[in-house]
Write a protein that binds this ligand. Structure first.
Ligand code: ATP
Ligand code: MG
Length: 367
């Protein structure tokens, strides 16, 4: 890899609730890791957006924030939304959906991996081998219905599922490329199409297009699962899964179930990837039940930061950014496996600040 010669600018959107708590912790960690890896510091440009900002200004995603996202090298996002703050039509203020549409962030990438120190939710010892990635289509599917649904005469209501050839091809191709990378690292190299092709025409079409893309990757395995059966197997034998690809709504539900396998939302990172832009955010939301107390587990935000550094490393051909990502992952694992700090989410006593101090402290130990 050659190395980067321009400074990278990152748009920072902390958002609401615990997003505002885990984001500063993550920026501190990224600075430390990038420094230790010998990469030039990243430039962070922070913007307010989200439900609270909407309550104060009448705007959820101001133009300046959107422009910063457009012109930055990556977007780092906390969480947005708040139970009591809604648009006049009663829907939630969730600008992350607008960002997905604006920048065509079609692939929602949610890695789920168990490592020592995480809760053992399943008693089967094979659960220590949980290591799969859910790829969720995020620009169409049942979420196409957002803002388009209709209630007829207070008697019936409809929402529409949209599956397009172009949308399915690009997300499926993304999943196969991801499986190929994983295969090079010793994983099975299997992509499972998760659908409900036995009931819905839209899902049968999704499977047909999946098959066409699979045919272009004869070196990889393909598999199919109905979403209900997959939900069962995700609990019964999740260690058999590799890469899953599915439509928007199924992916939304399955990614929370998947996070449950590693003890909850606090250690589940995610990336929203498009052709030109990448947004990185913890899979959890604003967690109103614990917000403001400083007790959130920053782990998912940290691992999302590492995903961002990895993505930037590939995009800019700079190994030092990949090294910084590796340091963050190793430091998180070291902290949990040595129980230097056990997050309150897992019954320990470490709050957000203590987790952050421990993980930053561990950077030196894992180099
Ligand atoms: P959204 O609609 O934005 O997904 P939500 O209401 O589903 O929000 P989440 O924020 O996803 O809520 O949280 C679900 C549960 O997991 C809550 O009980 C929350 O406290 C817990 N949780 C989420 N993130 C964390 C975290 N980082 N640390 C500890 N607990 C968390
Ligand atoms: Mg949720």
């Amino acid at each position: 890899m050659s190395s980067l010669n321009n400074t990278l600018k990152i748009a920072i959107l902390p958002g609401d609730g615990i997003g505002r708590e885990v984001m500063p912790a993550c920026l501190e960690l990224i600075d430390a890791a990038v420094g230790q890896a010998g990469a030039p510091p990243l430039v962070f440009e922070t913007h307010q957006a989200g439900a609270q900002y909407y309550a104060e200004t009448g705007e959820a995603l101001p133009a300046a924030a959107l422009e910063a996202c457009r012109t930055s090298d990556a977007i780092l996002f906390g969480a947005m939304g708040w139970p009591d703050i809604r648009f006049p039509d009663g829907t939630e203020i969730i600008p992350q959906l607008d960002l997905r549409m604006e920048f065509g962030l079609f692939a929602g990438v949610r890695p789920i991996r168990w490592f020592p120190g995480l809760p053992k939710v399943l008693s089967d010892p094979r659960a220590e081998g949980i290591d799969f990635v859910l790829v969720r289509e995020q620009t169409e599917g049942l979420f196409y219905a957002r803002g388009r649904g209709e209630v007829l005469n207070d008697q019936e209501a409809y929402d529409t599922m949209q599956i397009t050839r172009a949308g399915t091809e690009r997300v499926t191709e993304f999943a196969f490329q991801l499986a190929a990378q994983r295969k090079r690292r010793g994983k099975p190299g299997t992509v499972t199409c998760v659908d409900k092709a036995n009931v819905f025409s839209s899902m049968a079409f999704f499977r047909k297009v999946f098959d066409e893309i699979a045919a272009k990757h004869p070196e990889l395995q393909k598999d199919y699962a109905y979403v209900d059966a997959l939900a069962l197997n995700m609990v019964k034998k999740p260690w058999t899964l590799d890469v899953l690809v599915t439509e928007n709504m199924f992916g939304d539900i399955l990614s929370d179930l998947a996070a449950g396998l590693i003890g909850g939302m606090g250690m589940a990172p995610s990336a929203d990837i498009g052709d030109t832009h990448g947004l990185f955010q913890p899979a959890h939301g604003t967690a109103p039940d614990i917000a403001g107390k400083g007790v959130a587990n920053p782990g998912a935000m940290f691992l999302s930061g590492a995903m961002m550094l990895d993505w930037l490393a590939v995009k800019h051909g700079d190994q030092r950014l990949a090294d910084a990502a590796g340091l963050i992952e190793a430091a998180v694992e070291h902290t949990l496996s040595t129980k230097t700090a056990v997050p309150m989410e897992y019954g320990g006593s470490a709050n957000c600040a203590e987790m952050t101090r421990s993980v930053i402290g561990a950077l030196g130990a894992v180099r």
